[in-house]
Design a protein around this ligand. Structure first.
Ligand code: BES
Ligand code: ZN
Length: 620
């Protein structure tokens, strides 16, 4: 397992040579696994524990305080290296004595290493610091940006390598540490973290946190605002703004059951409580699996629980990701592909197979588009990525998610569910609280499945899936039972059947998504109007449906939807939703419209969303 920056590959290679096909990566003999995305030397000096003492100032939009690291330097290195990105370092103390430090040269994507001279006996290194101008992990919201609350709000998003923009830390997924934190916030606000959390606001504005299970830095998280808590059952609950807490707890009332079902599938939930915080709508992603406390977008609150598979996804990460972690961002599919597979198994357990099959099919379509966009031969379509010298977010595509999940589904198809489930359960147990490389996973696969079933090797084409491009020809495809009915309805509509006569009565969100994905784009204006008059898509409270409807509206020039779309773009910051809208405007000759709307609302979006959208809007 990777316990720092390098891991010797010898053991693995010996095994690969003895029991794997010739084309496996024997050329890497003697190489060491290397995480390009951290400049820390946590591979040689153990970072055991972090005591964080910080103050959150909304006036200055700044976090400041001290990070006290407990280390073990038994290899007697002469300096300690941590990642920082934009941090201002005020002072450093080693074992209580003021010490010197140096800030290394800036490396694109990575920031600057903080280098502190230490001795073999050094045990505690304290760094007092403040965040810089535009920390990539932080989004500060004014009261107006919270969606109806009278107070400001702050949240962090540390994955993949943004923890370093608010904490000086060894910021690689292969490096784990426990932490305690003391966080001071304005008195009328409450703070929560990826740790044991308060359930009530206090008068002092000071909150204490404890996370005694070692986690990687990308799971460090903090949210501050006018936050309330509501219990769901004895180990689950919801945090949200007071305006949102009722809706949120109704939508998530099955969460306790979901945790139990997840345990039935892949073993005990090892993190104590499982709570979710519903953040203001500017949150740039759908969800983030911060341990003990999933961070989620309010766009999953559709009113009918149809989008809670996002919670299933973040919950599943407590096995695939938080418990067994990708060793480097090149192995990202071990986090996301496994989680997607787990999410769909959980969704099936909470609903039924035909329901989960719709999610598999929509995911397959997404994967086809991603492969098309990246290029069929692109190495970015390999499961094992090469992100050296690149932004790790370049790996944030449906390859990791959907191709990764399909590979596991293929294994399931070949060996059957009972074997698959015990294989995965053992994989989680045996690698609990460790990091795993793709090669280590493949080795585990050979050891535990291929040994008894040599015929599997050719059936699975492991090498092609992991080190090859595109979608391999043995990719499984889900049953289309429910989507066949959608196809029929679409055809009827297109050949003139009135919208109200279509058989859509029992359709869920996913049948609607399939319908809206497969109707011609652009649709004729009168057809858009007919659909809207009958199904009221423009006014849909379901963000998934509204979003694709708005994309179709832009394509068709269906202006009746524009005011609602403008409102949507003013508050929702989830990249998955807003990027396609701006892209569609740019693609269909509505550049002016895109620019005007973007200028109005850019300030509401997360720094990372701004970065991507700036490019979209400014390209010719
Ligand atoms: N861990 C990811 C989010 C992430 C990955 C953030 C990499 C930054 C870098 C999270 O679990 C996720 O996958 N979220 C999805 C949920 C969806 C697939 C159900 C999202 O936000 O859309
Ligand atoms: Zn995920």
């Amino acid at each position: 397992m990777l316990s720092g920056k390098y891991t010797p590959l010898f053991l693995f290679l010996l095994l690969m040579i003895s029991c794997s096909p010739k084309e496996e990566k024997t050329e890497t003999i003697g190489e060491q696994i290397f995480d390009w995305h951290t400049q820390s030397n946590a591979d040689k000096i153990a970072f055991k524990h972090l005591d964080l003492d910080i103050k959150v100032s909304f006036e200055n939009k700044q976090i400041s305080g001290c990070a006290l690291w407990t280390i073990d330097n038994n290899k007697a290195l002469d300096s300690l290296k941590l990642d920082t990105d934009g941090l201002g370092i005020d002072s450093v103390f080693v074992d209580g004595k003021k010490a010197g430090f140096r800030i290394g040269t800036f490396v694109e994507h990575l920031g600057k290493p903080l280098i502190i001279p230490v001795q073999k006996t050094s045990k505690q290194v304290m760094i007092c610091y403040k965040t810089g101008e535009h920390p990539r992990a932080l989004q500060w919201l004014t009261p107006q940006q919270t969606g109806g609350n009278a107070h400001p709000f702050l949240y962090t998003q540390s994955e993949s390598i943004y923890a370093r923009s608010w904490i000086p830390c060894p910021d690689g997924p292969g490096i784990r540490f426990s932490y305690n934190a003391r966080v001071e916030v304005p008195k009328e606000l409450m703070a929560v973290m990826s740790a044991e959390n308060p359930q009530q606001m206090n008068d002092s504005g000071v909150y204490h946190f404890k996370m005694d299970i070692p986690i990687p830095a990308y799971l460090m998280a903090l949210a501050v605002g006018d936050i309330r808590f509501r219990t769901i059952d004895k180990r689950t609950g919801v945090y949200a703004l007071p305006e949102m807490i009722g809706k949120a707890s109704n939508e998530l009332e099955d969460m306790g059951k979901m945790v139990t079902k997840a345990e039935e599938l892949y073993g005990p939930y090892r993190w104590g409580r499982y709570d979710v915080i519903i953040l203001p709508p500017g949150f740039p992603i759908g969800g983030m699996e911060n341990p003990k406390l999933t961070f989620a977008t309010p766009t999953i609150l559709a009113g009918d629980k149809s989008l809670v598979n996002l919670i299933a996804h973040e919950l599943a990460h407590n096995w695939s990701g938080n418990l067994v972690t990708n060793a480097t961002w090149n192995d990202f599919w071990l986090n996301e592909g496994f989680t997607m597979y787990f999410e769909r198994r959980l969704t099936e357990a909470m609903n039924d197979k035909s329901y989960a099959d719709m999610l598999w099919e929509l995911g397959y379509q997404d994967l086809e588009h991603t492969v098309e966009d990246l290029g069929k031969e692109s190495t970015d379509t390999h499961l094992k990525l090469n992100l050296t010298s690149r932004d790790p977010d370049d790996g944030l595509t449906d390859i990791a998610y959907e191709k990764g999940a399909l590979f596991l589904k293929l294994i399931e198809t070949e060996i059957g569910r009972p074997k698959m489930d015990s294989f995965l359960r053992n994989y989680f147990d045996e690698h609990a609280f460790k990091s795993v490389t793709t090669e280590e996973f493949v080795q585990y696969l050979y050891q535990h499945l291929m040994n008894n079933h040599p015929e599997l090797e050719s059936k699975l084409s492991i090498h092609e899936w992991i080190y090859g491009p595109g979608i391999p020809s043995n990719a499984p495809r889900a049953d289309q039972e429910r989507f066949k009915k959608v196809d029929m309805a679409r055809k009827q509509f297109l050949s003139g059947t009135p919208a109200k006569d279509l058989e859509t009565k029992n359709w869920t969100t996913y049948e609607w998504l399939q319908f809206l994905r497969t109707i011609p784009k652009p649709l004729k204006l009168e057809q858009m109007k007919l659909l809207d008059d009958t199904f009221h898509f423009t006014q849909s409270g379901n963000c998934e449906i509204a979003d694709i409807w708005f994309v179709n509206s832009i394509a068709a020039g269906y202006e009746a939807a524009y005011p609602a779309m403008d409102k949507f773009l003013s508050s929702v910051g989830r990249r998955k939703f807003i990027e396609p809208l701006y892209e569609e405007m740019m693609k269909t000759g509505k550049q002016e419209m895109a620019k005007t709307i973007y200028e109005k609302y850019r300030g509401n979006y997360h720094p990372l969303a701004q970065m991507t959208l700036d490019k979209t809007i400014n390209k010719k």
